[in-house]
Design a protein around this ligand. Structure first.
Ligand SMILES: NC(=O)c1ccc[n+]([C@@H]2O[C@H](COP(=O)([O-])OP(=O)(O)OC[C@H]3O[C@@H](n4cnc5c(N)ncnc54)[C@H](O)[C@@H]3O)[C@@H](O)[C@H]2O)c1
Length: 255
């Protein structure tokens, strides 16, 4: 990772935070911590030190996205690795979903990936660099998840986008892959177990236990479990992989 300039979206918490730390620990020249929550991004950048910067970035905003790529290039050099990770969820039975639920999940999870990836490709082209993109999809991009129909739809979209873009840019040597995490201990999961417990009339602990029971490797996933695979996909070790959506679920989903 020595000469790599890395940009991570949704990097202030959870999976993105673990990924940013992992790239820094493996010697990346610079890690741009971007998040809609700029103070939280700054806290992580301060922790990592001189090889990190913090940026306010709402991934649904095209102008902001383009501007952050430019700002990072100005400060540290052209971006070479992008982890498009920002995502949100809400939870309801499909028949009760509102248009707001649909637009919020589609807006951040699907449109956010579209805008971040498009900005990345344009940036790579403008700086004549051969970059790598890793998108965060989900287990819910492989199998529909109850109470998460809109979220599942947005994550299936991420996989379709990843495959199509990978084919288009492969002749330029640019690789695009996705990770599909399972039940990861993050602030998102803390919110979801509360919502799911309310919907099922049970407790958050019982919901967490049901996640563990579905997981052959027998525990909740950690953000670091995902980060290791993201770093691998961005590395030269994965140089002949593109258009893949890699399950990182402890065996919950196996095909
Ligand atoms: N936690 C899980 O079990 C799980 C499983 C599969 C996939 N995922 C996916 O992994 C990714 C990260 O999830 P997490 O669990 O770390 O979530 P999280 O809520 O813990 O962290 C997400 C981060 O994204 C930021 N964010 C939210 N909206 C944003 C926006 N519009 N622009 C930029 N940043 C924004 C938040 O401020 C937060 O820092 C998401 O795409 C999520 O869908 C999570």
């Amino acid at each position: 990772m020595e000469n790599q300039i890395v940009l991570v979206t949704g990097a202030a918490n959870g999976i993105g935070r673990a990924t940013a730390r992992a790239f820094a620990a493996r010697g990346a020249a610079h890690v741009a911590i971007t998040d809609i929550d700029e103070p939280a991004a700054r806290t992580l950048a301060d922790e990592i030190g001189a090889r990190a910067s913090a940026h306010q970035l709402d991934v649904t905003d095209r102008e902001q996205t383009d501007a952050v790529f430019d700002a990072v290039a100005e400060r540290a050099g052209p971006v070479t690795i992008v982890h498009a990770n920002a995502g949100v969820s809400t939870m309801k039975p499909a028949v009760d979903l509102t248009e707001q639920d649909w637009d919020f999940n589609m807006g951040v999870n699907a449109k956010g990936i579209f805008l971040t990836n498009q900005a990345a490709i344009r940036h790579f082209d403008a700086h004549a660099t051969t970059g790598v993109i890793v998108n965060t999809a989900s287990l819910a991009a492989k199998v529909g998840a109850p109470f998460l129909a809109h979220y599942s739809a947005s994550k299936f979209a991420v996989v379709g986008w990843t495959q199509a873009l990978a084919r288009e840019v492969a002749p330029r040597g640019i690789r695009v892959n996705a990770v599909c995490p399972g039940f990861v201990k993050t602030p998102m999961q803390d919110r979801e177990v509360r919502w799911e417990a309310d919907l099922l009339g049970t407790t958050p602990d019982a919901v967490r236990q049901s996640y563990i029971d579905q997981t052959p490797l027998g525990r909740l996933e950690t953000p670091e479990d995902v980060a290791g695979v993201v770093v691998f996909l961005a590395s030269d070790g994965a140089r002949f992989m593109t258009g893949q959506a890699i399950n990182v679920t402890g065996g919950v989903y196996m095909t």
